[in-house]
Design a protein around this ligand. Structure first.
Ligand SMILES: [Zn+2]
Length: 348
């Protein structure tokens, strides 16, 4: 009996470009959502764009958050209930977007993403990353109904946020390799379409690396488009597999071992140099990944992430324990092997 079935949840309106913030009201109006908007933001994006966003809705409420934590999500859920919010608008970098996405899912109301930085693929995807204690949870949620990414605004964000977004995309190479490996060894379901889209996204970004430069708005355009197609690949797959493999596990461990030192995208970028080496050896593509990261000013060493060699090695040798996701790390790599991989690739 043929019993396959699949749900693909995608954003309906994706608006990307110069000065498109003013089209937010229209992009949301087309969705036929009812009830007032609750804008979830944090102090800096609120100052930069809050008024322009509020002006496009009737009687919007605003909640400004400082941190992305589970109790912050609870707080937003309570405000949304008290104000009868019909939908939530996440305005900001990672934190307000992750919190608004998760709170919307909890409330069963629509979520609209208005990123002011392109630092990771969460601006489009159906996943949120929420820190709790000394760890981070990757929480599943519906992807945004609409994404309005104003490249003029994003180009004004600190440059390292953009390079982190680029590095998050470059790491798709190794994520897809891990996914294929898991299919071969563990019979994990693999989508050719999602895998190819994710790889192509990383390739396009690397091919355009010369146009990714500080103070060049086109950089924001290239990165946001890549983050959108990476998010679509995850929607098609129905999992984060196309964009998250062993390099993400290592990054999650770094969050625990050395919290707050480096950005998510930078961590996964450095880790993917090593996991590419583990996949294909000394003559593999790890140099290409390293050079692509270097060309956009993203870190390529543990030192560049402001973690010690020992901290990086601890993350690498323990990453397999944190999630039931089969990758090139298998049941764990030995400390000697980790040290050798770090040494050959120059990461440590
Ligand atoms: Zn990521």
């Amino acid at each position: 009996m043929f019993d396959k079935r699949t749900w693909i949840k995608l954003p309906r309106n994706v608006v990307v470009g110069h000065d498109v913030l003013g089209e937010l009201g229209e992009a949301v109006g087309e969705l036929s959502l009812s009830g007032p908007a609750l804008i979830v933001t944090s102090p800096t994006p609120d100052r930069l764009a809050g008024d322009r966003v509020r002006a496009q809705f009737d009687d919007p409420e605003t909640v400004s958050i400082e941190e992305a934590r589970f109790d912050t999500i609870e707080e937003v859920v309570e405000v949304a209930r008290a104000t009868d919010a019909g939908f939530l608008v996440g305005l900001g970098g990672g934190k307000p977007i992750d919190v608004a996405k998760t709170a919307s899912d909890r409330l069963g109301v629509g979520f609209v993403s208005v990123p002011t930085a392109a630092s990771h693929d969460g601006i489009v995807s159906g996943r949120s990353s929420i820190p709790e204690g000394d760890t981070r949870h990757s929480v599943a949620a519906d992807p945004p109904l609409a994404v309005v990414a104003d490249t003029e605004l994003i180009a004004e964000a600190p440059w390292e946020l953009t390079t982190a977004g680029c590095a998050d995309i470059i790491s798709n190479y190794t994520a897809v390799k891990d996914w294929r490996l898991a299919q071969r060894l563990k019979n994990v379901e693999y989508s050719e379409y999602a895998g190819a889209l994710s790889e192509m996204t990383a390739e396009m970004l690397v091919d355009n690396a010369d146009s990714i430069k500080k103070d060049l708005e086109e950089s924001a355009w290239i990165v946001v488009k890549a983050l959108v197609s990476s998010g679509v690949a995850m929607s098609i797959a129905g999992s984060s597999r196309p964009a998250s493999g062993a390099e993400h596990l290592v990054s999650h461990q770094l969050d625990r071992i050395a919290p707050g030192r480096a950005l998510h995208g930078h961590q996964v970028g450095v880790a993917s140099i090593v996991t590419e080496y583990l996949h294909s050896g000394e003559d593999g593509q790890w140099r290409a990944i390293r050079d692509a990261l270097a060309s956009i000013d993203a870190p390529t060493t543990a030192d560049g992430l402001e973690v010690t060699d020992e901290e990086f090695l601890e993350a690498l040798t323990t990453a397999h324990t944190i999630r039931d996701r089969y990758t090139i790390l298998g049941n764990g790599i030995s400390e000697a092997a980790a040290r050798e991989a770090g040494r050959v690739t120059g990461v440590i």
